[in-house]
Ligand binder design. Sequence first.
Ligand code: HEM
Length: 344
Amino acid sequence: MAFRLPLLPVVVAALAAASWRPGLADPATAVGALPGLPVAGLAVGFYNESCPEVEDLVLAEMRAIVAKDWTLGPALLRFMFHDCLVRGCDASIMLRSRSDKGERDAVPSYGLRGYDEVEQIKAKVEAACPLTVSCADIIALAARDAVYLSNGPRYPVEAGRRDGKVSAKYDADNDLPPPSSNIVDLKTYFSVKGMGWKDLVVLSGSHTIGRAQCSTFASDRLYNFSGKGEQDPSLNKTYAATLREACEAGLENDTTPVEMDPISPRTFDLGYYRDVLSNTSLFLSDQALMDDRWTRAYVERMAAAESPEEFFQDYAVAMTNMGRLEVLTGDNGEIRETCAAFVR
Ligand code: HEM
């Protein structure tokens, strides 16, 4: 719908010209550097007049949230992916279904955390600016701040999204790639949404922070690779032995968390690409990035890079692309008082 691929070069140039401030830079100087309105209705600084304090409020709340529990940072980054890939970035993941037929009830939403925290941030924003800021924008800002608070870039975030009123389990089941995906599957899941191989390989770099439950990878990689009752031969043997200690064989719903980038799970850095290159990434879908010459070349270059600068710039572009998927703007959708309304 609103995603406009031909404008990508404009965005790339705009984002490249923006000020990239890795780490704990002064937020005030890092925001608002993206000029233009590449998707009608979305803009950096959209709330400058109607709720000038929104970015500060979200950041302050995110600081408090991750100070209490660092694992919620990565969880809220993942949250934006699950929002945007399903019916676009419209906070439909927050809606509740009385009949368990909403996005929350879908298989890929398993283990998704952050619902309460999005609501908590929304309540703070609502107190300052009633019925002004959408939940979809709060999700996008919280994801950016999760990256920033993990020492990643504080890139400008476009706002102006409005919230959807529909949430369907089957959409989430269909549109989110499972961790068993191969490279053809992954590129297809992304391309049907208007995103390319670069978005795929760059956004997969999000797996440089956070954790996954054993049930999401143990069967595929440790105990039943290709349904043959074996370990994935491409997985580094020493790493596999460590994973086997964490994830017991034969447990179907093992919720034990394992860090996705074992060296620096809390730091947004190039660790993910080094993991993929050294066969110590967790999912088949991570390893699959080595099966396409473009994604592999990117992994190799980032794994060898001395500075994360290029990755950070690419990440800002890719997150902006994802943040534009099928957005509701203008008079479409709504601004709700609470994000987790019941729909049916
Ligand atoms: C490319 C396809 C992708 C697949 C197959 C995939 C799959 C997964 C799975 C299965 C988990 C573990 C969930 C759990 O056990 O609780 C996970 C975690 C995570 N994913 Fe992805 N993901 C993909 C892309 C992305 C993207 C595009 C982002 C962000 C923009 C992202 C961010 C994260 C983060 C930060 C975590 C850690 C969550 C936490 O610690 O709670 N992923 N992903």
